[in-house]
Design a protein around this ligand. Structure first.
Ligand code: FAD
Ligand code: DHB
Length: 416
């Protein structure tokens, strides 16, 4: 019923797994994606909203970006708000025209699933008891069951794209991995509201009561977040309390009126920084949240997941095309350099913008001093903007024949 063999077995149909499967397909490499949830569930899970320029370019070039280009909203700046005043960071002006696109992660998932299935890809939904075997050898295999029936999938490589709580990372023997972790003493309360956009660009606001963020999803759905106790419960936050809190944290010297539209979704998100090293163990590779987590303040998680699999797809193409393992052997080192840069950026944004309950008055003043410097220094704004729109992938030059990736103009070989 299900394939018994493939070249690359992929665990998890999130942004990492689906993008990888599609990039491999465009390189003529076969893969099977095993996903524990149903298609309906993965297409309905609300998460990220900010796509970096590089993510947008990749989705467009690999043929999964048509709806994103039509329905997503391109932003050329963000606002930092503190002490009752807003300060615009002109992202595009500072980065040679690069921008971000607001387009919900579950819409990206819908587009990728659609494009994978339309091109004959195999995604096994509701795959239970996924287990990884013999990945310290050249003949790894994945065990899984569907509707109570056990199956085995033999592959050349396994890629764990199953998120932070998946099985892949923890399948690597504890002694063979080093984990770096930090849990923050706060979380984010996120809501979706039926309302027209509150602002033309995203607002990241620092306030003595805590951080808040004004984002958007469409012309009539808005996404708002505010810092909360991670142990708090949604039930403690009736609509009126949420609006009062947001009004207090977003207040400005000028008139600022938050339209109290109907709130139709509420949830609390934990905040963590996490990295595992290395991201390869024998024939098993890790990508995306399976290998690293960032606090959401930098909007980096989905984008990092997509960047990882771009590097990995190129390395696998090298292996199947030229028989070279060099890029595969470098995957972990290459990906980790960008990951640590994003970890630093996300930590910096988080530290600068949130309220720390244990901070003394000195620390609070230092935090405001930092925000003032960013608001007034073009050099600091440029550094922020470069990371926010997305650091470049390792420089690539076109070698030999053009890439088969649906017209990606840059590709295919990392410079030595
Ligand atoms: P996931 O999306 O977690 O996908 C993993 C998949 O594997 C899931 O479908 C899961 O069901 C499946 N799976 C798990 N275990 C198994 C198993 N045992 N067997 C088979 N399948 C399994 N990032 C940004 O870039 N920009 C943002 O603006 C942003 N905002 C965010 C806001 C919020 C509220 C949250 C929570 C996150 C945000 N992120 C953002 C982070 C982003 O959502 C994640 O980094 C991203 O989903 C990672 O993708 P992934 O494919 O690695 O993992
Ligand atoms: C959104 C999420 C983020 O983490 C962020 O930094 C900006 C926007 C969002 O969901 O829209």
């Amino acid at each position: 019923m299900f394939p018994r063999r493939t070249q690359v077995g992929i665990v998890g149909a999130g942004p990492a797994g689906l993008t990888l499967s599609h990039l491999l397909h465009l390189e003529g490499i076969d893969s099977v994606v095993l996903e524990s949830r149903s298609r309906t569930e993965i297409e309905a899970t609300l998460r990220a909203g900010v796509l970096e320029q590089g993510t947008v370019d990749l989705l467009r070039d690999c043929g999964a970006g048509e709806r994103m280009l039509r329905e997503g909203s391109v932003h050329h700046g963000i606002e930092l708000r503190f002490d009752g005043r807003g300060h615009r960071i002109p992202l595009s002006e500072l980065t040679g025209g690069r921008a971000i696109t607001l387009y919900a992660q579950h819409e990206v998932i819908r587009d990728l699933v659609q494009v994978r299935l339309a091109s004959g890809g195999t995604i096994v939904f509701e795959a239970a008891n996924v287990s990884l075997h013999d990945f310290d050898s050249a003949k790894p295999w994945i065990g899984f069951s569907v509707a109570g029936v056990a199956n085995e999938l033999a592959c050349d490589f396994i890629v764990g794209c199953d998120g932070f709580h998946g099985v892949s990372r923890t399948s690597v023997p504890a002694g063979a991995r080093t984990e770096f972790s930090r849990t923050y003493p706060f979380g984010w309360f996120g809501i979706l509201v039926k309302a027209p956009p509150y602002a033309p660009e995203l607002i990241y606001a620092h306030h003595a009561r805590g951080f808040s963020l004004v984002s958007t999803r469409s012309h009539d759905v808005q996404r708002l977040y505010f810092q909360c106790d991670p142990a708090d419960a949604v039930a403690n936050w009736p609509d009126g309390r949420i609006w009062n809190e947001l009004d207090a944290r977003l207040a400005t010297e000028e008139a600022w009126d938050l339209y109290r539209g109907p709130i139709f979704q509420k949830g609390i998100i934990q905040m963590r920084s996490f990295v595992v090293e290395p991201m390869q163990f024998g024939s098993l590779f890790l990508a995306g949240d399976a290998a690293h987590i960032v606090p959401p303040t930098g909007a980096k998680g989905l984008n990092l997941a997509v960047a990882d699999v771009q590097v990995l797809a190129d390395a696998l193409a090298d292996f199947y095309g030229q028989g070279s393992r060099d890029a595969l052997n470098r995957y972990s080192v290459t990906a980790l350099e960008r990951i640590w840069a994003a970890e630093h950026f996300s930590w910096w944004m988080t530290s600068m913008l949130h309220r720390f309950d244990d901070a003394d008055p000195m620390q609070r003043r230092l935090q405001i001093a930092q925000l003032n410097q960013v608001a007034h220094s073009r050099a600091l704004q440029t550094a922020l903007a470069e990371s926010y729109v997305g650091l470049p992938l390792p420089v690539r030059t076109v070698v030999g024949e053009p890439s088969r990736r649906g017209g990606r103009s840059v590709s295919i070989r990392a410079q030595p």
